[in-house]
Design a protein around this ligand. Structure first.
Ligand code: GDP
Ligand code: MG
Length: 491
């Protein structure tokens, strides 16, 4: 069973508290403040690891937390930073923040070694040493550490193929894949039991291409019929599609009945072609075809249009991918007819779509197809999803830009706050930065509160409150903490 989805709850470590401490020396009755800072809380970091195949480890342990930072201590001892928590995910994992601090963040982990800090640890609080001033030589407060970010993250594993094979059932996709590629145990062992795309690796000695056989593309797939929709999601990262088109559809039509119309050699090509005027077929069906090949060509055209129509309906971005047309099963037709079909399809599709004739039975045309794929996918070593490297940026060739988007939403800034009146003599301030500042100080500690008030003044919060009618003695609430400001404080 493939665990291609998981939801986990993450909690980054809280920062440690700053220490309140005073030097003790034999000859000094009361030394200066020497409270050390708290350590940072650990981050939760996703790391892409290509020894993993699916998400079952995450399913087993859905709650993960990083270590909190140690508290500061006397003699200016800094608290230890909390250890980061590494959560390993397989290549092809898409992570989306569902709630809490993680809401709306999104990460794509494609290559081994890529890292994403998904929940940041809280910063440590500063010790009382930092709050010593000429007028306050013995501060009896320090900062508290901030909580770490937390929230739910949902993960989905997407198949990572560079090249997708599309075509009607029985077009010869599976055969082509198995002949074209060598076994790739690591990748081939994806236990896709339900989705069953099969992956193979095409290797020219230097570069590698991951090719996926995509058997689920049948009429109606784009409307979510059967496995189609879910399934096609796994090819969203492809940079190139090979459309496999049977040269001998009357001999190996859609025997399983999945698409009787499209594969019926006696069916009308006009139906399918007319059903989708956007399909990139220029010439009229049957043009320039020898009498005894006209039906075959019409059937091929209809089959071609069916698949192209499905692609466009499923995802226009997918449909815009560069295409290679493989005319398959050449051994089943005489060479002349294969040649003629090659000419017809080259004319139809123009220069932008390379066309080749292949046979999985005789291996004819397979080396040429392989070369075409490397040329068309324009892969280099760093771009191949098999070549695990560092966590650099995703490839940016034109093909991948369209589909392999790497979106990371960053949370909004911490600046800015809003002041509003709750009732008479009662005000509130909201704003992430302000709330974090308030969380730093112990509300029970008067000295800390006086210090906080000074900070609020300097930031302009008090002025903003006064502009709203706030007066000394009024109540002020920030992040659940209620203050009474000291009217004697300098403005
Ligand atoms: P898929 O449904 O597109 O994956 O098609 P398959 O690869 O499973 O092939 C469908 C049928 O066509 C099978 O019976 C294959 O043996 C046959 N077939 C595929 N490729 C060739 C070929 O190049 N020559 C011949 N003679 N038969 C082929
Ligand atoms: Mg197949």
């Amino acid at each position: 069973v493939l665990y291609d989805r998981a939801k986990i709850e993450l909690q980054a470590g809280a920062g440690g508290n700053g220490s309140v401490s005073f030097r003790r020396e034999a000859h000094v009755p009361k030394g200066g403040p020497d409270g050390g800072d708290g350590g940072r809380g650990g981050d939760v970091i996703l790391v892409c690891d290509d020894s993993l195949r699916d998400l079952h480890q995450l399913k087993r342990r859905p709650h993960r937390r990083a270590e909190r930072g140690g508290n500061g201590e006397g003699a200016l001892r800094h608290g230890a930073d909390g250890k980061d928590l590494i959560v390993k995910v397989p290549p092809g994992t898409e992570a989306v923040g569902e709630d809490g601090d993680l809401l709306g963040r999104r990460y794509d982990l494609v290559r081994a070694g890529q890292r994403a800090v998904v929940a940041r640890g809280g910063s440590g609080g500063r010790g009382n040493k930092h709050f010593a001033t000429p007028t306050r030589q013995a501060p009896r407060f320090g900062e508290r550490g901030l909580p770490g970010e937390q929230g739910g993250l949902s993960l989905q594993l997407k198949l990572l193929a560079d090249v997708g094979l599309v075509g009607l059932p029985n077009a010869g996709k599976s055969s082509l894949l198995s002949r074209l590629t060598r076994a790739a145990p690591k990748i081939g062992s994806y236990p896709f039991t339900t989705l069953e795309p099969v992956l193979g690796v095409l290797d020219d000695g230097e570069r590698q291409l991951v090719i996926a056989d995509i058997p689920g593309l049948i009429e109606g797939a784009s409307e979510g019929a059967g496995l189609g929709h879910d399934f096609l999601g796994h090819v969203e990262r492809c940079r190139l599609l090979v459309h496999v088109l049977d040269l001998a559809p009357e001999l190996f039509g859609a025997a399983d009945g999945a698409d009787a119309d499209g594969a019926d050699p006696n069916g009308s090509a006009d139906d399918a072609a007319a059903a989708d005027p956007d399909v990139n077929v220029h010439a009229a069906a049957g043009a320039d075809v020898h009498d005894d090949g006209a039906d075959t060509d019409a059937a091929m055209l209809a089959n071609y249009a069916t698949i192209e129509h499905e692609l466009a309906a499923y995802d226009p971005r997918l449909a815009r991918l560069p295409r290679v047309l493989a005319l398959s099963k050449a051994d089943l037709v005489d060479p002349e007819r294969a040649e003629r079909a090659l000419g017809i399809w080259r004319d139809r599709l123009g220069e932008s779509v390379p066309v080749c004739v292949t046979s999985s039975a005789t291996r004819a045309g397979l080396p040429q197809l392989g070369m075409l794929l490397f040329a068309s996918a324009q892969v280099d070593e760093s771009a191949s999803s098999l070549h695990a490297r560092d966590g650099g940026e995703l490839r940016t060739d034109a093909g991948s830009e369209a589909l392999a988007e790497h979106i990371v939403y960053r949370p909004g800034g911490d600046d800015g706050f809003m002041v509003y009146q709750l009732g008479s003599g009662s005000f509130a301030v909201a704003g992430r930065g302000i709330e974090r500042l308030v969380a730093r100080y112990d509300p029970e500690n008067e000295e800390a509160m006086a210090h906080l008030e000074g900070r609020l003044r300097r930031i302009g919060v008090i002025a903003a409150l006064e502009a709203e009618g706030f007066q000394a003695g009024d109540e002020l609430e920030i992040a659940g903490v209620v203050f009474e400001l000291d009217p004697d404080m300098p403005g």
